[in-house]
Design a protein around this ligand. Structure first.
Ligand SMILES: Nc1nc2c(ncn2[C@@H]2O[C@H](COP(=O)(O)OP(=O)(O)O)[C@@H](O)[C@H]2O)c(=O)[nH]1
Ligand SMILES: *[C@@H]1O[C@H](CO)[C@@H](O)[C@H](O)[C@H]1NC(C)=O
Ligand SMILES: *[C@@H]1O[C@H](CO)[C@@H](O)[C@H](O)[C@H]1NC(C)=O
Ligand SMILES: [Mg+2]
Length: 429
């Protein structure tokens, strides 16, 4: 064999070693293959922040908790602190939501099924659970270095001390940690952290801790950094729904509501960063309403009007706006919905979204609810249910589309209880 070949091979390996050395030194995430990416992520300074929310909380409050942590992750990434700037926020898979049809197995649905992951990632360094599994260097199980169960300070209301603070204290509630229903995730180091303050303050904890993998449970205890400021809306705008869900909603609007983005003035640019605030959205020729029933009927009887009352408010609004169609998003039973249809005057058309088997199987209750939210967010006028986060998320979406304030921030009035209207959280910047 000629020595030239040897020389050649030799120099290739020297280059390879040099290349690896340089890429390690620069801490660049240049990945030539999936396994190498995983290797790189584990050997570099990357740290992982996982979070979970109080199990009974619904989808739309969880979206709000996400924003608090995405804003933290966004700030960590911009930090000059070497210990903080390499954090990834791991998105908790969606399982066993209280309002969803019960499934014996945890669904563990990734965020990409509901949201446009690329868009989320363009705001904050977030990764799916499966990306986290690939990234860490453990073969069969994950041991979380530190778990903090957040809890409120016991004496906050008694002492009137509402200062931002945190302190490791005794655990007040028995928490059964389920680690996202994965039996290959464990931890030997669980503490309770009494906490009052915005999620961004947790950077102090992350800075002090040497841990590589940290889980915060009851993350909803941490509050918003600033509700309604520029960063809030940037984050909110990055929370675009998954393209297929948007397209299913668009087909439905086209077919049943004579509504399309070019006619309605609801075309958004491809990148959320390029969105320019305006107030020119018109919306499709229908009234959109959200009727939150089920547990609200018992838990918040004051907030929910009777069917007769609802029908009356819908009819009046349709007449006033010269519309003839109402789209109803609701968690009402078929029986209750049937009651609404029967009571609506015959000159008006009532429409509800009914998913195909394919949509049901793929997106389940979570995706169906989103499709209904998208349809409501494109209506000429919207009326929601008092204090429902499902309605709040629709109002934010309409704000992003640029609807006039008056067409968005409305709630159904309720008998004997006046007509409190939702806070107007406008985009201002
Ligand atoms: N498909 C559908 N589901 C709904 C509707 N309203 C409520 N739900 C379901 O009930 C859950 C309500 O919980 P959450 O999202 O926390 O909103 P909130 O309880 O109204 O503040 C939603 O996540 C949905 O799963 C609706 O109009 N349509
Ligand atoms: C943990 O288990 C899940 C399946 O339940 C699997 O997808 C994942 O890769 C496992 N993680 C590790 C690190 O082994
Ligand atoms: C749909 O809307 C367009 C424009 O608003 C209108 O010209 C057309 O007649 C409508 N079609 C139906 C079937 O209502
Ligand atoms: Mg809820």
């Amino acid at each position: 064999m000629s020595t030239d070949v040897y020389k050649h091979k030799y120099s290739i390996s020297i280059y390879l070693v040099l290349f690896l050395l340089i890429s390690c030194l620069c801490d660049e995430e240049v990945c030539l293959s999936d396994s190498q990416c995983a290797q790189d992520l584990s050997t570099t300074k990357n740290r992982f922040l996982l979070y979970d929310v109080n199990p009974p909380e619904g989808f739309n409050l969880r979206r709000d908790v996400y924003m608090r942590f995405a804003i933290l992750a966004h700030k960590l990434k911009l930090s000059k602190n070497e210990k903080l700037k390499h954090f990834r926020l791991v998105l908790p898979p969606w399982s066993h939501l209280y309002h969803w049809t019960y499934n014996p197995n945890p669904e563990q649905m990734p965020w990409g099924l509901f949201f446009d992951l690329e868009s989320l990632k363009s705001f904050a360094p977030v990764i799916e659970m499966h990306e986290f599994f690939n990234a860490i260097d453990r073969k069969y199980s994950v041991v979380i270095d530190e778990v903090y169960i957040l809890q409120h300070f016991k004496d906050m209301f008694e002492t009137g001390n509402f200062e931002d603070r945190m302190k490791i204290e005794e655990c007040r509630a028995k928490s059964h940690l389920i680690y996202f229903f994965y039996n290959n995730i464990t931890s030997k180091n669980v503490k309770c952290l009494s906490y009052h303050g915005p999620a961004t303050k947790l950077s102090e904890l992350l800075d002090k801790s040497p841990a590589k993998i940290i889980l915060l449970h009851h993350a909803e205890v941490a509050l918003h950094h600033m509700f309604g400021d520029k960063l809030y809306w940037q984050c909110r705008r990055s929370m675009r729904f998954n393209k297929e869900l948007r397209s299913i909603a668009a087909d439905f609007r086209q077919q049943f509501l004579n509504s399309s983005d070019d006619l309605d003035g609801t075309i958004l640019p491809n990148r959320w960063q390029d969105e320019k605030p305006h107030r020119n959205a018109v919306g499709g020729p229908y009234l959109g309403v959200h009727l939150r029933r089920k547990d609200f009927l018992t838990g918040r009887a004051n907030q929910v009007p009777s069917v007769e009352n609802i029908v009356q408010q819908i009819s009046e609004k349709l007449k006033k706006l010269s519309l003839s169609t109402v789209f109803v998003a609701t968690d009402a039973s078929d029986e209750e919905y049937g009651d609404i249809i029967r009571k609506i005057p015959p000159e008006y058309k009532t429409i509800r979204y009914t998913p195909s088997e394919k949509v049901k199987t793929k997106y389940k209750d979570g995706g169906i609810a989103i499709i209904e939210q998208i349809i409501c967010s494109h209506a000429r006028h919207f009326i929601g249910t008092q204090e429902s986060t499902f309605s709040f998320r629709i109002q934010e979406e309409r704000e992003i589309f640029g609807f006039p304030i008056k067409s968005t921030f409305n709630s159904f009035c309720r008998e004997h209880n006046g007509c409190p209207q939702p806070s107007v959280w406008k985009i201002v910047y």
